[in-house]
Design a protein around this ligand. Sequence first.
Ligand SMILES: *Cc1c(COP(=O)(O)O)cnc(C)c1O
Length: 419
Amino acid sequence: MDSRSNYRFHTQVIHAAQKPAEWQGATLPPIFQTASHRHATAENLSNTFSGKTTDHIYMRLTNPTNRVLEEKLCSLEGGKGAVVMASGMSAVTNTCLALLRAGDEFVAGNSLFMSTYLLFSGIFKKFGITAHLVDPTKPEELEAAINDKTRLVFLETIGNPKMDVPDLSRAAKIAHDRGIPLVVDNTLGTPYLCRPLELGADVVIHSTTKYLSGHGAATGGVVIDGGRFQWDPIKFPDFKPFIDRKGDLALLDKIWREHHINFGTTQAPFHSYLTMIGIDTLALRMERHMENALSIAKFLQTREEVAWVNYPGLETHSCHAVATRQFDKKGFGGLLTFGLKDQNECFRFINHLKLIYHLANLGDCKTLVLHPYSSQYISFTEEARAKLDILPNMIRLSVGIEAVEDICEDIEQALKVVK
Ligand SMILES: *Cc1c(COP(=O)(O)O)cnc(C)c1O
């Protein structure tokens, strides 16, 4: 990016981290498809390994194409440093494991993305790490779940498919008062809608697979460190070497050095390249996603076949006020859910759609439909699904950027067939 870092968001998405002069004039970064990098001298490689220089060594560690995406996402979220990874789940896993040790506890929302939920409620237990999952829209529950062993609060900007919106500033204050950091998965918000670091969060995570990429062409994840959290040596005793090495970016260094490179959660540079092409249009796409989602939510409310509609943009939604304030009136995201009579009706509805794609993804420019109860959550117990509000009559819609009339017409014709 040129020396101006105060460009408006619509400009930043395109121009942040651009360095055409270094790329022989190319307007997109080259894809450095190389497993490792040659070093001219023994001294140089030694200095790179010791962290004195930031040259590249080996793709599992860093890659120049990935670094451009890191700079870009760091700039969009207003962070101090970023590391891109192979998937959103690697970003979640590496961040949590860098902060938590056996015996530690943490607090998270109970409306988490499915794999994050499985990781927190089950897999982490194997490592002696206990998650307390609470209603993220109830600060008092969050506060009550924090104890002396708590090392982290983890929230998502918008719950999926619960569509709840926690108050991030309040959560940040609660966490900070107890000396622990707030990590926010901002995948559904995107930096267009919400910049959690500005609201007090310490770390932001994304699955870049979704809105950032926007075309369903690449997978990826990122961790962005705000670099402000002060690590208490008693609560976080294993941070010292990382603080000595990287100061404000101790956590990012720990995530990268201790976990990312050793777990091998490497992002392929081609995926970073595709993601960057997507980010160019992020602002425009988000505007359209959200305009369409609000229109469709209102349209669904008028249909007698539809039992209920869950979208934070509706004034009747329990999180409408928090979302309006937190998202600065820009919108309410592109995801919504609605209810039909039962699973049978949901299946018939999906099977009759002509334009809308039936698949397990979200944030694509195309409108996508899913029946979470019988797909993503099929292996969950009845009790777990009920707790997560995964209802048999629930349809999830990831609203795309097509002409809204065409999306509505497709929904309308499928609803008519269902009845
Ligand atoms: C999809 C998603 C993830 C996981 O990302 P992958 O790129 O699929 O690994 C994590 N969090 C949220 C909120 C998501 O939507």
